[in-house]
Ligand binder design. Structure first.
Ligand code: PEP
Ligand code: MG
Length: 611
């Protein structure tokens, strides 16, 4: 068959492509504190990396052909000058000594410092030189990571139409955004050594419609650049350099996949409802305004979650109110009156702003060096906590969302609420933003609905304040699972404990759906669970009537709902509520769905017989 590697599959489907090993980039940098006794070692690492890059640049300078344009030599000289500047080579050493931080961290702090100085220069030419500084620092960082002098992607000639499977130790959400912008077309899938299946990186991979496998230990040793890979995300398996028989088998499966997709597309225009006619709303999760195309393409009933933080990432300045208004209203207009739920900024944890952008907030968190030092980011200043800490940031976004509400059906969703005072403060901010727009005589929907995410167990267990003050709820199961089970959703070491079917998680979900129904408050699920076919019947049985998911999953869930009977689903949910073991719960769900499959097969056979 070929060498096989296993991990956790993300998204659906199988792809075949060539391995592209990702060298550590500026976005793949570890930051940690060191012991005083390790200072010398860390400084030596820095010195060594600088020496290697110096030699590398000299070598390049020597190799430049005599007839090469003068700019090439000038460019190399410039890089050499930057490398030797004491701001870059001495200052990080001091940071290592005084702050007791690792070499990479010190270097990136200094990089941002230097770039800020460059960016403050009036002259356009000098301002843009910050890009050269970044490139030089990238070279040093690669050496620090023990990597090759340049990223592998520039080395190897590519064949026309070749599809790439990126193999990386870890990917940050920001990295995936780069791929989306730059390489989306040729990218076939991802494999990472770290990461959990509901990390934001993987949510983005899914939104690219790409299969991925996370937690593949030692992938970068087992796979070589250019290896042919089969990524089977359904089975959580990678086949390296498959033999002919395996390739033929997988090509056939890919063909079947394609046929199944064609069948699914026929459901686009159909109303989503269960077999017994209960209407269900199927909404789309999007990360960037352009994703609205996928939502429309999948026939979504609206946008159930617009993760706005991705508009703020990978850039050195924060988006202005006008820029945000443009983005939000583009989505609102494209959905032509269908609801668009815009979530306020959920920055923090694995979604970080660039240091320069953080700087522009006047950063109070850490001493103002541009690096947030948080011991536990998932439990730290994230989402609504971040917004309340930076009122101008929050108000700017709220004004932009409110203005967009005059261009379509817009709702505001506030993430990570846990306390009554957070709900009240968030609502006060909305009121203040409205006041400001009124003063400016700008249009907005005065009756805009404000809802809250239920993703902290404390919120699900104390829904009173939510029900009384908000107009809708959205269950963020990704975080609800993370916080209920005390496991970091991005950490592959504890990924085996990430259990959506844990009875405690199911109780929190059921409680929220029940409480919402009693209060006549709409409740949706917008975490990954909403797009999981195996969970669809259970959620339906708990009373869920609004599912929000990646557009790529929407038609599959619609097809599943057509097969489900809401009363039978209710009985299943009641049976599951008595079980205390996720394995038994999974088995009960599988039994129910294979029973449905048997009935489906029998109906098909009976129809065929009649004809
Ligand atoms: C969630 O937590 O389930 C959710 C939808 O939000 P995010 O994945 O962006 O944290
Ligand atoms: Mg969340």
């Amino acid at each position: 068959m070929g060498k096989q590697l296993v991990g956790q599959g993300v998204g659906r489907g199988i792809v075949i492509g060539r391995a592209h090993l990702l060298a550590p980039s500026e976005l793949d940098i570890r930051q940690y504190h060191i012991q005083r006794g390790d200072v010398l070692h860390e400084v030596a690492r820095l010195n060594n990396a600088f020496s290697l890059v110096r030699a590398e640049l000299e070598q390049l300078r020597t190799n430049v052909a005599g007839d090469a344009p003068a700019e090439v030599k000038a460019f190399l000289d410039l890089h050499r000058m930057i490398l030797d500047d004491s701001l870059l080579c001495d200052a990080p050493r001091d940071l290592v000594r005084t702050r007791l931080i690792n070499a990479e961290w010190a270097l990136t702090i200094q990089l941002e410092e230097v770039c800020l100085q460059f960016e403050a220069i009036d002259d356009e030419y000098f301002r843009s030189r910050s890009q050269d500084v970044r490139q030089v620092v990238e070279r040093v960082l690669r050496r620090l990571a023990g990597g090759r002098p340049s990223p592998v992607d520039t080395d190897r000639p590519r064949h026309e139409g070749e599809r790439l499977v990126v193999v990386a130790h870890d990917l940050a959400p920001a990295d995936v955004l780069h791929f989306r912008e730059d390489e989306g077309a040729s990218l076939a899938g991802f494999i990472t050594e770290l990461g959990g299946p509901t990390s934001h990186t993987m949510i983005l991979a899914r939104s690219l419609g790409l299969p991925a496998i996370v937690g593949v230990a030692d992938a970068r040793n087992a796979i070589e650049e250019g290896d042919l890979l089969i990524v089977d995300s359904d089975a959580g398996r990678v086949v390296v350099q498959p033999d002919d028989e395996t390739l033929t088998d997988y090509r056939r499966r890919i063909q079947l996949q394609g046929q199944a997709r064609t069948e699914l597309r026929k459901l686009r225009g159909k109303l989503s409802r269960t077999k017994d006619g209960v209407p269900v709303e199927l909404l789309a999760n999007i990360e960037m305004p352009d994703d609205v195309r996928d939502a429309l393409d999948a026939g979504a009933d609206g946008v159930g979650l617009f993760r706005t933080e991705f508009l703020f990432m990978n850039r050195d300045t924060l988006p202005s109110e006008d820029e945000q208004f443009e983005a939000y209203s583009r989505v609102a207009r494209a959905m032509k009156g269908k609801p668009v739920v815009i979530r306020t900024l959920d920055i923090g944890a694995d979604k970080v702003l660039n240091a320069t952008a953080r700087h522009s907030l006047g950063l109070a968190i850490d001493g103002g060096d541009g690096q947030a030092v948080e011991p536990n980011p998932a439990l730290g200043l994230r989402a609504i906590r971040y917004c309340l800490a930076y009122p101008d940031l929050f108000l700017t976004q709220l004004r932009a969302i409110l203005r967009a509400s005059s261009t379509g059906t817009v709702r505001v969703l506030v993430p990570m609420l846990a306390h009554l005072h957070e709900i009240e403060q968030a609502l006060q901010f909305v009121a203040k933003a409205k006041e400001q727009l009124k003063e400016r005589r700008q249009k907005y929907d005065a009756r805009i609905a404000v809802g809250g995410m239920i993703e902290v167990p404390a919120a699900a267990l104390n829904l009173g304040p939510f029900v009384e003050r908000l107009k809708f709820l959205s269950l963020g199961t990704n975080d609800l699972i993370q916080y209920a089970l005390a496991i970091d959703r991005t950490d592959s070491a504890v990924a085996y404990l990430y259990e959506p079917l844990h009875p405690a998680v199911l109780q929190l979900i059921a409680l929220t759906i029940r409480t919402g129904a009693r209060a006549r408050l709409p409740v949706s699920v917008c975490g990954e669970m909403a797009g999981d076919l195996a969970s669809a019947e259970l959620l339906l049985g708990m009373g869920l009537r609004r599912f929000s998911m990646n557009p790529a999953q929407l038609l599959g869930v619609k097809q599943r709902l057509f097969e489900l009977d809401s009363k039978a689903a209710g009985r299943l949910a009641a049976r599951v509520a008595r079980l205390h073991d996720p394995q038994l719960i999974r088995a009960a769900l599988e039994r129910a769905s294979s029973g449905a499959a048997r009935k489906r097969a029998a109906t098909v056979a009976a129809t065929a017989h009649r004809h």
